[in-house]
Design a protein around this ligand. Structure first.
Ligand code: UD1
Length: 341
């Protein structure tokens, strides 16, 4: 298939581009580089050995999105592009709703006009909200979320469901990611957050490389084995392969709209991940336990049975793989991607 990857220069998008090429697909990237660097494309080309065509514009532009579908032959879309910082979404909700919804509207419109029926959407475990029982299963239908970012994902799932069911032949896989971490084993591409990282793994990696003084562990009094919060971390290459599996399964999907959890099915605590990272680096790292972060849940992880049974996909990389690959990326690129090379 010739696959349009929106947000293909971003963290998960770039790893998925490699997995798609590896599986024999052609890729076209659309990205406005608002939260990524063009350097990643050159690295994708050298790693994959193929030319990666890139269209640099903002997908909320309906005319440009339509024009893209007119010039490129597209068989399927994987839609990653969007804003994703939870805290920022609380301060700038309108930007989040507008960007994350308008881009989907523009894509759906262009797909309808150009008769493209396959879509894989980048959703999040955050759609289960605060009251869902763990482990999360896809049948849970009281979708809710505690932030504008999360609610933009819930709304996207609803829009995609309604439009898909009203569009003959269209199919969508809603992929609910748990906590993606790690990097491509080459160390050439990885997660490159701008400013102070919000998420745990990039923060630990920046402590290890000397860019941050110490990790602050948010909460040591949760009702978990070691008192720190538990999440279902999964390797970004497993996640990327999950997209390929979903894409290839779309045409055979009995339901035209289907949600899939992509996680390992196991929880790991903040301190367990931190200790695993110390093992990868080979030395102790500084940390302190501080108060809980507002809005955090004590523990959640995926029931990943459906993805295994229906997509034939399962996460195979371990926590130690995730840490070793993150460390390779971070130590080879201490400041992230360069502006040019
Ligand atoms: C967060 C978002 C989630 C989003 C996901 C995207 C919140 C409440 N949730 O998930 O909606 O889809 O990012 O990647 O923001 N931690 C520390 N110290 C740090 C950073 C994190 O102790 O400096 C802890 C957190 O308290 C949490 C765990 O590490 O217990 C994981 O945090 P994080 O990586 O931010 O992911 P989530 O909060 O699970």
């Amino acid at each position: 298939m010739r696959v349009l990857v929106s947000g293909g220069a971003g963290y998960i998008g770039s790893h998925t581009v490699l997995a798609l090429v590896e599986a024999g697909h052609d890729v076209v990237v659309v990205d406005d580089f608002s939260n990524s660097k063009p350097t990643v494309i050159a690295r994708l080309e050298s790693l994959s050995g193929v030319h990666v065509p890139v269209h640099a514009f903002d997908l909320t532009d309906v005319d440009k999105t339509n024009a893209l579908f007119a010039v490129e032959e597209i068989d399927a879309v994987i839609h990653f592009a969007g804003l994703k910082a939870v805290g920022e979404s609380v301060r700038r909700p309108l930007d989040y709703y507008r960007t994350n919804l308008d881009s989907t509207f523009a894509l759906l419109e262009a797909m309808r006009r150009h008769d493209v029926t396959r879509l894989v959407f980048s959703s999040s475990a955050t759609v289960y909200g605060e009251r869902a029982p763990v482990p999360y299963i896809e049948e849970f239908d009281q979708l809710a979320s505690s932030s504008p970012y999360g609610r933009s994902k819930v709304m996207n799932e609803q829009v995609l469901t309604d439009v898909t069911l009203a569009t003959p032949g269209q199919r969508v896989a809603l992929l609910r990611y748990f906590n993606p971490v790690g990097a491509h084993p080459s160390g050439r591409i990885g997660e490159d957050p701008q400013g102070i990282p919000n998420n745990l793994m990039p923060f630990i990696a920046q402590v290890a490389v000397g860019r941050r003084e110490r990790l602050q562990v948010f909460g040591g009094d949760y009702p978990t084995a070691d008192g720190t919060a538990e999440r279902d971390y999964l390797h970004v290459m497993d996640l990327a392969e999950g997209h390929v599996a979903a894409l290839e399964h779309l045409d055979a999907m009995p339901e035209r709209v289907r949600a899939f959890n992509l996680g390992t099915g196991t929880g790991t605590s903040v301190l367990q991940l931190f200790r695993a990272f110390e093992r990868a680096v080979g030395r102790e790292l500084p940390y302190e336990i501080v108060g809980r972060r507002a809005g955090d849940l004590p523990a959640f992880w995926a029931d990943a049975t459906r993805a295994h049974e229906e997509l034939g996909w399962r996460a195979t990389r371990t926590i130690d793989d995730m840490c070793a690959d993150t460390w390779r990326w971070q130590s080879q690129n201490p400041e992230g991607y360069p502006d040019g090379e």
